[in-house]
Design a protein around this ligand. Structure first.
Ligand code: ADP
Length: 603
């Protein structure tokens, strides 16, 4: 049972802990005089007195400093008064607080020192190579069968695999194996994949690094990274080092205006030294990739360094089919899908583009909750990749009609001209980026593969490009033409200029009047950017380009003008169906032309 409040009070009194109500100063004096107070404890620094009453209870009362009245009254009442010396307590308190402050200061200082030591350590570690290493078998799961469509490159590299696996076969007959192999080709053609496949086939470690990773803000870091990379590789020989985008460090030295980039040059020098340093047949093979071999320093290419150059080109139709087959292995394809068809509909696509195409198709299939990838998904994916995302269909009928005539102009001309590419489809479904519709052609595979383009083909391309503007002229008149043809005009100007200045396809004669149109390479090309012809010839070039463009437009108008009825019919169909496939379009044109002929004959 808990004690009652009376019991508790007497207990506290006995212990001397009971608290009496705090009296005022004058009440305290009265209590002193009345003999109620047993003793007083004065603490001058706190300006208070602690009072103990006769009944044992206690309280505290604030007093004046140096209070003479209290002293006198206590003396008169014969109440014992003790004065407490607080100075000791204060000194201890200030000592503790000062000590704490010092501790805090030292702690902060130590933290700062540790931080800066860490930064310094990191700075020292800059020189370490950041190469990603893939151990044999464990991570290099790529094999030659995963790389499709680049047969020649694969055959050439087979030799490197054999060397890594059985070096004795070569050393026995005194053969010198190349130390460096340069893979040259456009992005996404599978250069990295090939390098990985070599490591995978030979079962050796694979060190890979992008050349841009060598170069840091600090001079000398790149060189030490190169040293570190080769040191690591030598420890693990036989192995493969793959340096991507070697042109980032391997550019010609001293090609800049007003001195070169010291850091890059030092890195390149170190690379050259390391390549000379590792003994022949040491088992380290350096593979590097670039798509700009023209800017590489000549020292990199001399025998004993990157003495072997392998071209990895864009795949041809058969190659594309094989690449599609490789990427279809891991994806459920509808049995209806014919990869050969898709290979012929994707000219100019690289391996990476084709892999992306199937991936996009797979995403669309998942979104549509279908079990397998069908032709429609691949077709939509292709459109998405080549033309961008679809936008909301056009509502404005006047604008829609104008775009329809423009696109039908292109489509009709490409169908009418025998030298032009075949029409793949014409559509009015707009795309993001302000494209109202488009007429897409399928480049001739033969032309693409042979790389030989005839004058007639280029002229047909220009007439086809002018088809949109010509249709606007024929249907809406010269004052209603629109800026929608601006990119067509750009294309025509480019083709016409190249015909005149590079291919000798004009009346100026068989002359090459300008460079190859390659990008300016550092200062080297700026410094000799003057044209290869006189001012007078320049004027004649301009006149010829204008002449070619005008002829193309006139020819397009001449083809469309007598076919106004056919255009109206096709435009109505296109507005109704939004998309007309190439084969259906050709059938429509053919039947119309046929009916015209029979009408003419019957008259
Ligand atoms: P590069 O190094 O030439 O720029 P990558 O080797 O990085 O190109 O290719 C990127 C991706 O494209 C590869 O991971 C692969 O999926 C695909 N790819 C490219 N070329 C091929 C090919 N010939 N066969 C199969 N897949 C390819």
């Amino acid at each position: 049972m808990p004690p009652s409040s009376g019991q508790r009070d007497s207990l506290l009194k006995d212990l001397g802990l009971a608290r009496a109500p705090q009296p005022s100063y004058s009440q305290l004096l009265d209590q002193l005089k009345a003999g109620k107070v047993k003793e007083l404890l004065l603490s001058p620094s706190n300006r208070e007195v602690s009072v103990t009453y006769a009944d044992g209870s206690r309280t505290r009362v604030p007093v004046f400093s140096n209070d003479q009245v209290l002293l006198r009254t206590a003396q008169e009442a014969r109440v014992p008064l003790t004065v407490r010396d607080d100075r000791q307590d204060q000194a201890t308190a200030s000592l503790v607080s000062n000590g704490l402050l010092l501790l805090l200061l030292f702690g902060g200082l130590a933290l700062l020192l540790r931080r800066s030591a860490q930064v310094a350590n990191r700075a020292m570690g800059f020189g370490r190579s950041k190469a990603r290493v893939a151990e044999p078998e464990a991570s290099v799961a790529v094999r030659f069968e995963d790389v499709a469509g680049i047969k020649e490159a694969k055959e050439e590299l087979q030799e490197v695999v054999t060397f890594l696996k059985e070096p004795e076969r070569f050393t026995a007959v005194g053969a010198r194996i190349p130390k460096g192999v340069l893979l040259v080709g456009p992005p996404g053609t599978g250069k990295t994949l090939l390098a990985k496949a070599i490591a995978g086939e030979a079962g050796v470690p694979f060190f890979s690094m992008a050349a841009s990773e060598f170069v840091e803000l600090f001079v000398g870091v790149g060189a030490s990274r190169v040293r570190d990379l080769f040191r690591q590789a030598k420890e693990k020989a036989p192995c493969i080092i793959f340096i991507d985008e070697i042109d980032a460090v391997g550019r010609q030295r001293g090609a800049g205006i007003g001195g070169g980039n010291d850091e890059r040059e030092q890195t390149l020098n170190q690379l050259l030294t390391e390549m000379d340093g590792f003994a022949e047949n040491s088992g380290v093979i350096l593979l590097a990739a670039t798509n700009r071999p023209d800017v590489l320093d000549a020292a990199l290419m001399r025998p004993g360094r990157f003495d072997r150059r392998i071209h990895v080109d864009l795949p041809d139709r058969k190659g594309r089919e094989e690449i599609l087959a490789v990427h279809a292995r891991s994806r459920p394809l509808d049995p209806e899908v014919c990869l050969a068809d898709w290979a012929s509909r994707t000219p100019g696509f690289s391996g990476a583009d084709l892999s992306n195409l199937l991936n996009e198709a797979a995403i669309l299939t998942a979104r549509r909750e279908r079990a397998s990838i069908d032709d429609l998904a691949i077709s939509d994916a292709l459109e998405r990749i080549t033309m961008g995302l679809t936008a909301a269909p056009l509502q404005d009928s006047a604008k829609k009609r104008l775009i329809a005539y423009h696109e039908i102009g292109h489509a009709l001309i490409t169908t009418l001209l025998p030298q032009a590419d075949d029409l793949d489809k014409v559509t009015l479904l707009p795309r993001a980026g302000g494209i109202g519709g488009f007429a897409r052609t399928m480049p001739d595979e033969e032309v693409l593969d042979s790389g030989l383009i005839s004058k007639a083909y280029l002229e047909a391309r220009m007439v086809m490009a002018m088809g949109g503007r010509a249709a606007e002229l024929v249907v809406f008149g010269p004052s209603e033409i629109t800026q929608g043809a601006s990119s067509d005009l750009e294309q025509v100007s480019r083709i016409a200029r190249e015909m005149v200045t590079r291919y000798g396809f004009s009346s100026l004669g068989p002359l090459s009047l300008e460079g190859d149109g390659a990008e300016v390479f550092l200062g080297r090309d700026w410094l000799r950017s003057e044209p290869h012809h006189s001012q007078k010839t320049g004027n004649r070039i301009d006149a010829q380009v204008q002449q070619l463009a005008r002829t193309a437009l006139n020819e397009a108008v001449a083809l469309l003008q007598p076919r106004r009825d056919l255009m109206d019919l096709l435009v109505n169909q296109l507005i109704e169906q939004e998309t007309i496939e190439g084969s259906a379009f050709r059938a429509l044109v053919e039947s119309f032309e046929q009916s015209q002929k029979t009408t003419v004959c019957s008259i």
